[in-house]
Design a protein around this ligand. Sequence first.
Ligand code: FE2
Ligand code: FE2
Length: 240
Amino acid sequence: MNNKFSGVDTIGNIVVNFPKAIETFKEYNIDFCCGGHRPIAEALKEQNLNESTVLDRLNQEYESFKDSYTSDIDWRTASYSQLIDYVVQKHHTYLQNELPVLGQLVSKILRVHGEHHVELAKVHKLFNSLRTELEAHLIKEEEVLFPKIKQYEKDPSPELLDKVLRTITELEEEHTGAGDVLKELRRITEQYQTPADGCTTYGLTYQKLYELESDLFHHIHMENNILFPRLQALKGAHTH
Ligand SMILES: [Fe+2]
Ligand SMILES: [Fe+2]
């Protein structure tokens, strides 16, 4: 097994590459929000945790996540068009269907439970800012980046690659922004736990927010760790 993570990787970098690591970090009480810039080895030492035990576990989890997710198609060698069409059909369609539904649910639970659960105003605000950002983000990918990549696939040129790579940098920053909002949502909702006095709609909303997080993690993984690096690796391919 080729180990993905080692002790020198920062906590933040591990989460960007493998968002599910958040679950493991929480279990070990490792601060991935404010302490994210530190190398993982440092945080483990501080908590008196065995470095190789935790890293082995993270690497194993990453491998099975990668395997279960990539299933029968090897995305490292699939065509760009195939990869893009998959992301759009699976993840963009999911967001286009679910964001409006969640918008209504989040408003509804604020209306019914907002008085006794003050955090719901924050959930409403965070969700809606995430929604607005994601809607513009999807448009940028579908209208700007993805058509350029498909064009590059047919007719590669250094100018076009340049444009593609610049857009990728912007989109990566937007992914980090979305990830930050998700972290905050997870914190505010105490890991999407419905309170004892929450109604069915409350539970459904939290369940759907949890699914949103999970789908976005996979979505961003496909773009940040598979599609984008394949194009970034071409940098310099046009110089002789
Ligand atoms: Fe996307
Ligand atoms: Fe994206």
